[in-house]
Write a protein that binds this ligand. Sequence first.
Ligand code: BGP
Length: 470
Amino acid sequence: MGRQNPSTLPSDFFFGAAMSGPQTEGMWQAHGKLENLWDLWSNQDIRAFYNRVGSYAGNDMGARYADDYRLLRELGLTSMRTSIQWSRLMDADGKLNPAGADFYHRLFAAAHEAGVEPFVNLYHFDMPTYLFRRGGWENREVVEAYANYARTAFAEFGQEITYWFTFNEPIVEPEQRYEHGAWYPFAHNAARARCVQYGISLAHALATDTFRGLQESGVVRADAKIGLINCFTPPYTRENPSPADLEAVRMADGIGNRWWLDLVTKGTLPADVVDTLASRGIVLPVRAGDKDILARGVVDWLGFNYYQPNRVQAPEHDIDEYGNPCFAQKYVWPDAVINKSRGWEIYPKGIYDFAMTMTRDYPQLEWFVSENGIGVEEDRALRTADGAIDDLAYRVPFVRDHLLWIARAIADGARCRGYHYWGVIDCWSWNNAYKNRYGFIEVNLQDNYSRKLKASAEWLRQVATTHVIE
Ligand code: BGP
């Protein structure tokens, strides 16, 4: 590691929790909530979900939010990101659903009451089904519908909420739904994936512009901030790379990272990436006026979700089995440490490397670690004498190592303001449902979602309150 990492974080560094509406709220048909794509897929094929636990589950936070916020605050956490579910806040005519709005007013009030600042994201992979049926992000009408939803949310909660985010991980739907065929509608089409990515980029910029307008007219608080959150993956290749390996890095980094970093700092998309895509037959559906829209996508700060690096090398084939151009393929690093439950590499230094890339290439950008965490399948196996899950051997080192690298990045000039742990309270993980547990707080599905602190919770409380990384 070279020189010693600093082991304290600045006194104004914040610690909080990250979760999302669809993964916590439950109550999938309450308040006149519409069906979203997770409900659709759960209803169509519940066997696709681990132990047949579908989108309806959440983690019961929709009912327990007041207690949950108090519990988070007791652990020293002073903020929590959740998301508004589009399908709960809006009706099928694109108008505010008052019952859904009332739920979120109560949720945010309870957070404030407990001393937990609510960070509010507007979209977490949860498109209402009826909009997906109209073409989803491939259709400009849906992009406009999102802008209308964002406007409605800003207007409704503009005096209550200070920290807003347009999207969580906008790279994930293009990949999971349209390119890798992993999530409904299981497509393997890179051209559609980039079209979706482009549609989301426009939607982000329209919402950001709307936010600015409403802030100017006083509807949104003067101290409010708008941001975007993405799962950035520091790119690496093998030692002694060939020019083709470096080219693979350029495109993997370009599509996954630089695309969003350029959008939120410059209001543009990386020209080298757009050109290479076009040279391989993937032409973005650009219309006159789009440049001006994207130009309004510059944010106040950014969320960096960090789970794993992206190790790539030159692809063996030019075209894959579905006819898509290949730009890169996975490089298996022999020294990689893998979280076997999730299949993701654990590489804490990646957070430092990417922080330094941002510091060098986007020096004005302020950011925070908006998700980081470890989901473990055997979490329930080991118990302490008082019945708490004993996760000290893996959850504490995972978080400690990432925090140490964050502290070092800050010491080296990174503008990182805080840290949100993903899934502080165990929550529903898409089609993995409750397979891998991330929490410092256990949720017992056999006991009506009851909560119990895991052994690691005390360590988190210490670090969050003292800022000393023990
Ligand atoms: C991020 C998502 C979260 C969360 C997390 C853990 O990509 O923003 O919603 O789920 O990853 O991933 P998973 O639940 O798939 O294990």
